[in-house]
Every structure is written in C-alpha cells, then in structure tokens.
Design a protein around this ligand. Sequence first.
Ligand SMILES: [Zn+2]
Length: 266
Amino acid sequence: MKKHLISLILYLFFICSIHFAIAQTAQKPRFKAVAIAEIGGGHALFDVAAKAWLNKLAADSNFTIDYISDTKSINKDFLKQYQLFIQLDYPPYPWEKDAQDAFEDYIKNGRGGWVGFHHPTLLGVFDGYPMWQWYSGFMGDIEFKRHIPGGTAAKLTVEDPAHPVMSGIPASFTTKDEWYIYNKSPRENVHVLASIDETTYNPPKDVKMGDHPVIWTNEHVKAKNIYIAMGHFPELFDDGNYTTLVRNAIFWAVGKSQDSRGQESR
Ligand SMILES: [Zn+2]
C-alpha cells in the first residue's frame, strides 16, 4: 500500500512538472514594453490608474512592461530590449543627449513602436531647456501654446474609422480631459485619426485652434506611432472608448514597422 502511495506521489510530481514546463513555455512574453512616467507632478493620479490598467493588460495579454521615471537609463542598448516604448507621462525635456539620440534612432528606424499620451506635445522652451526640434517635427512640427485646464468635455470625431487604432470606436464620442493648444494644427505633417469639435466644449471655452487634431500618427518615420492627446485625468480609464483606444494603439504600434511611405513593411 505504502509503495503504491509513493508511486502515486511520484506520478503526480511528474505530471505537475510537465504542466509547469508547458506553462513556462506558454508564458514566454509576446513582447517587451517600457513605459516612462514622471514621479509626482500634475499627472500622478493618471499614472497610477494607467499603470494598474496596463499591468492587467500585460498580464492578460502575455507581454511585459517595465517602468522608468526619467531618461537616464535610455540608450541604444537599453532600447534594444523593447519592442514598444510607451510615453505614458513624460515631456520632450529634459532628456540627456544619449537618450535623445537613442530615441530618435528607435523612432526613425522603426526599432520598436511608440505610443505617447498627452505630455509629449509640451513642446517649447520649458525650465530652461530648448525645444527638441526633432521631437517637434515628430509630433507634426508644432509648438505648445497653452492648455485648457480643469477638465473640459468635448465631442471627438473619428476621421479614419478604417485605421486599426479606431476599431470598435464610435464615429464620434464625448470625452473629458485637459486639452493642449498648439501654434498650428499638425495636420499637414501627420495622419489625423481623430479631432476635437471645439464648438462642443463643456463648459464652453474661447480658446480655439480651429482645426484641432487629438489623435494622430506620423507616417514619415519607420516606427509605428500613435499620439493620444488625452492623458491628464485618471477617470479616462473608466471610459470604455479610451481603454479601447489605448489597447488598440498598443497592439497596432508593436506590429511590423512601416516603410518611408507609411505602409506596413512585410
Ligand atoms: Zn495635463
């Protein structure tokens, strides 16, 4: 009897080992992402909500996500590890020269994809740092002029419903965030996926750009990239349209890079 029990235990141990090995293989991550977010600052609550949501997405979808809070570790070798760079909450300053060079190389040559939220278009002279000219070009040759603080609802219009990032998003929808105003529309330099209807600001605002894109992609670089202007308030993660956009953007951007005309390379 005792002998049988030992055999049974050994058998169960053997089966468990096989299951463990299979699970290990299945859990090999699909890709590795790195996300940069400031510590503290005006977007700290957004970052908390975003990280919780992203961590769940990563666990559910079998990818990994590492977080950094400044650009000190960014160089070409560091970025080589990652198939996706998420600029969760970080402006285009202050970046060390090595970090700038490595990031430019990553984007220009499509070494990975990029998804940026809100803060990356804070383009201009801030805290004594000159504007990063290349980055301004990446964002459509724009400069930040001012913002509409406090949280303003607005209707967004989807301009390219066929784009994979817009899959499952209604033709127009209302959302609420802090809106950035630029010196001009980036439209002539980027492919606009959605824009804001400034007549629908609630409460109404006089600060208007006219043409005001809020989601776009720059097709002049090899990296698949998506900029999403919304990224100030944590409540965005309670909005199903927003989470669909973020999910779509991540899985689209991490796909194959695009050639110089913006087409997906084979
Ligand atoms: Zn903000």
